[in-house]
Design a protein around this ligand. Structure first.
Ligand SMILES: NC(=O)c1ccc[n+]([C@@H]2O[C@H](COP(=O)([O-])OP(=O)(O)OC[C@H]3O[C@@H](n4cnc5c(N)ncnc54)[C@H](OP(=O)(O)O)[C@@H]3O)[C@@H](O)[C@H]2O)c1
Length: 272
């Protein structure tokens, strides 16, 4: 039986965050989302579940500890699903492409040309978004309670051609720093590329990656440019389902890679 009733989702309006909010509401949890816009991300047709989420406008990078504290204190579990650099850039790049392969290739070229282009400005870096803010929030979560609370961090699997190592390194560093924080149940989900039926572009990319994966398998699985994890995209619903199950099952902690992630999502839907 889960002791979670109130969930805080940092980045709850995002591509993955909104699915986590959706499934948490379906689970009967009270959900608060933090994002700079404070909006649900649905412009026209707002789904029923979104009306049940408290979408707060809150810039985590600018918040003081005093502002963070009450938010984590009033939550039984915290999810960190922030991401700004990788996603915003590759969605735009793929959107201009004629085919998935062209999309992948243009992303690779763009990122190989100037990896620093990922930086929206000097203030926002992989280290800040992927590591420092997450660690700060995890510390605040640990200090906010007398009981051990779950803290779920969305990490990433494998490598993607052209994406700077700094992205993956900042994720790894976040994982090890959060692991060292006492009185916390850390959970690190490591999905590869994610797709969502509501975003047709990501469906096309997923098909492209699967096609490359099939060719790769036919060639003996030796394609050097891309990791196998990335060639097996996951849906946001599967990752969100795994997140909910991992949060409520007190025996789950540490790194959750692809296969475990799928198993947790299956358990979540079985118990739904
Ligand atoms: N998408 C993928 O295929 C994929 C694959 C592997 C791992 N991941 C990881 O999964 C996580 C989520 O990715 P995503 O695709 O869902 O990202 P996303 O769509 O860009 O969502 C990011 C969320 O963070 C919020 N946010 C950004 N800066 C913020 C700030 N300073 N304060 C408060 N909220 C802020 C955004 O809302 P506002 O802009 O309104 O603030 C949005 O709600 C990331 O850590 C990413 O690295 C993604």
């Amino acid at each position: 039986m889960s002791s979670i009733k109130r969930l805080l989702v940092c980045g709850g309006s995002g591509f993955l965050g909104r699915r986590i909010c959706e499934q948490a509401v379906a689970h009967g949890w009270t959900v608060t989302s933090l994002s700079r816009s404070g909006a649900s991300a649905f412009k026209d047709k707002i789904p029923k579940w979104a009306n049940q989420v408290d979408f707060k406008s809150f810039d985590i990078s600018k918040a003081s500890s005093d502002e963070l504290q009450p938010l984590v204190e009033s939550s039984d579990a915290v999810v960190y699903s922030l991401g700004i650099l990788l996603e915003s850039n590759y969605y735009k790049t793929f959107a201009k492409s004629q085919s998935p392969l062209e999309g992948i290739s243009s992303v690779v070229q763009k990122w190989n040309r100037n990896p620093l282009k990922h930086r929206i400005d000097d203030e926002i870096s992989y280290e800040l978004m992927n590591r420092d803010l997450a660690v700060r929030l995890a510390k605040a979560t640990s200090e906010s309670a007398t009981i051990t609370k779950p803290f779920l961090y969305i990490s990433a699997a494998g490598e993607f051609p052209g994406i700077p190592q700094a992205y993956f390194k900042s994720k790894e560093q976040a994982e090890s720093s959060i692991l060292a924080i006492p009185s916390l149940r850390p959970i690190f989900l490591r999905p590869g590329f994610m797709f969502d039926p509501a975003n047709s572009m990501t469906m096309t990319i997923a098909m492209g990656l699967r096609a490359i994966g099939t060719v790769n398998s036919m060639l003996g699985g030796n394609a050097p440019i891309i990791s196998r994890e990335v060639l097996k995209p996951l849906s946001t619903s599967v990752v969100a389902g795994a997140a909910i199950k991992a949060l409520e099952d007190e025996s789950v902690h540490g790194v959750i890679a692809r296969e475990d992630l799928i198993n947790l999502a299956k358990e979540a839907s079985f118990n739904a």
